[in-house]
Design a protein around this ligand. Structure first.
Ligand SMILES: Cc1ncc(COP(=O)(O)O)c(C=O)c1O
Length: 352
């Protein structure tokens, strides 16, 4: 509390990101970072850029990056918006497209930044419960609303909604913007970007933080109808003309262009996820089916928070959410095979 604060600041409940520990010898499985380094081509491009042009402002419209994303997904550059991480793209989306009279809908268990943006922008919202199996049921989204947003795969559950079900939500809501947050889609999902030419109300948001190993660079993007993108540009250009610096723009272009590296590392993560699912199941865990670079698990004989604390004592950090319905679950990011071996060994000792 402070008398100098504006009234809105008093009402805010900010998002709390997963811990980024100073200690470097931890096995860090708490924020869904990629265990593999970024594309070597991206690293080279960024070093060259840093040596040359940093005294100059970057391209405010990030045209090369928009072109690279447009080429990758076979859309027009005018259908692409880029921002400082998908969190910033989401923030502009909430303000530009999701603030209406009727409440915004999103799942009760979902990315916990959504209600924070609603608080910041004064957006009314309704949480739509997932099914008992933690699935999104499209039938639940046939109620009056001022917009819809959900992650696909969902976070923190990892569960994937098939594209036909995404279509069903779009078909039932032609007068609302439907935002699909595809932060994790490259680990086994099918992107809804292929639907943007069929649905002028669809906005798909992705990030380079997960599947392209660039969480530290902060690059996210949205793809949708040009009129939706124009709304985002209007907000962005009323806030910060240069959200992506020169290094971020050129590193992101090279990462998008290095498709072979991207596909190889995503496959490695998916293979490791399959093996970890088997091993955790053998250890007695209930493992939700995941199409993301993490698993959402619970153990019938162990309190999840206690288990997270025991892992932490062994220098392994995973994510626990003190939240209704999921308080007995842990979210575990997929690391290297070596890290997963260490995790399983630690669990074996703790559960013994
Ligand atoms: C569902 C979801 N959306 C968006 C983000 C934001 O990612 P970034 O801002 O790094 O692009 C995250 C990060 O964990 C996420 O889990």
């Amino acid at each position: 509390m402070n008398r100098f604060w504006s009234s809105v600041v008093h009402t805010l409940t900010p998002y709390v990101p997963g811990e980024q520990p100073k200690q470097t010898d931890l096995i860090k499985l708490n924020t869904n970072e990629n265990p593999y380094p970024p594309s070597p081509r991206a690293l080279q491009a960024m070093v060259a850029e840093a040596a040359d042009t940093l005294r100059l402002y970057p391209d405010p419209n990030a045209e090369r990056l928009k072109q690279a994303i447009a080429d990758f997904y076979r859309v027009m550059p005018a259908q692409v918006f880029v921002g400082n991480g998908s969190d910033e793209v989401l923030a502009h989306t909430f303000m530009a497209l999701l603030k209406h009279e009727r409440p915004l809908l999103f799942p009760d268990i979902s990315y916990s930044f959504y209600p924070v943006y609603c608080g910041l922008y004064g957006i009314d919202f309704t949480r739509v419960p997932l099914t008992d199996q933690f699935e999104i049921d499209p039938a639940d989204y046939r109620i009056a609303n001022g917009g819809i947003i959900f992650p696909n795969p969902n976070a923190p559950t990892g569960r994937l909604l098939p594209l036909a079900a995404v279509r069903a939500i779009l078909d039932a809501n032609p007068d609302s913007v439907v935002v699909v947050d595809e932060a994790y889609v490259d680990f086994g999902g099918e992107s809804a970007i292929g639907l943007v030419n069929d649905y002028p109300n669809l906005l798909v948001i992705q990030t380079l933080s997960k599947s392209r190993s660039l969480a530290g660079l902060r690059v996210g993007f949205a793809v949708g109808d040009t009129s939706l993108i124009e709304a985002l540009e209007r907000v962005k250009n009323s806030f910060n003309s240069y959200p992506l610096d020169r290094i971020a723009q050129c590193g992101a272009v090279a990462a998008i262009e290095d498709k072979a590296y991207f596909e190889r590392t995503c496959q490695q993560v998916m293979d490791t996820r399959g093996r970890l699912t088997e091993r955790l199941t053998e250890l007695g865990f209930q493992v939700l089916p995941s199409a993301a670079n993490f698993l959402f698990v619970s153990h019938p004989a162990w309190d999840a928070e206690k288990l997270a604390a025991r892992l932490r004592e062994r220098s392994i950090i995973v994510r626990h959410f003190r939240q209704p319905r999921i308080v007995q679950f842990l979210r575990i990011s997929i690391g290297t095979d070596g890290e997963m071996d260490a995790l399983c060994q630690a669990l074996l000792e703790i559960l013994a």
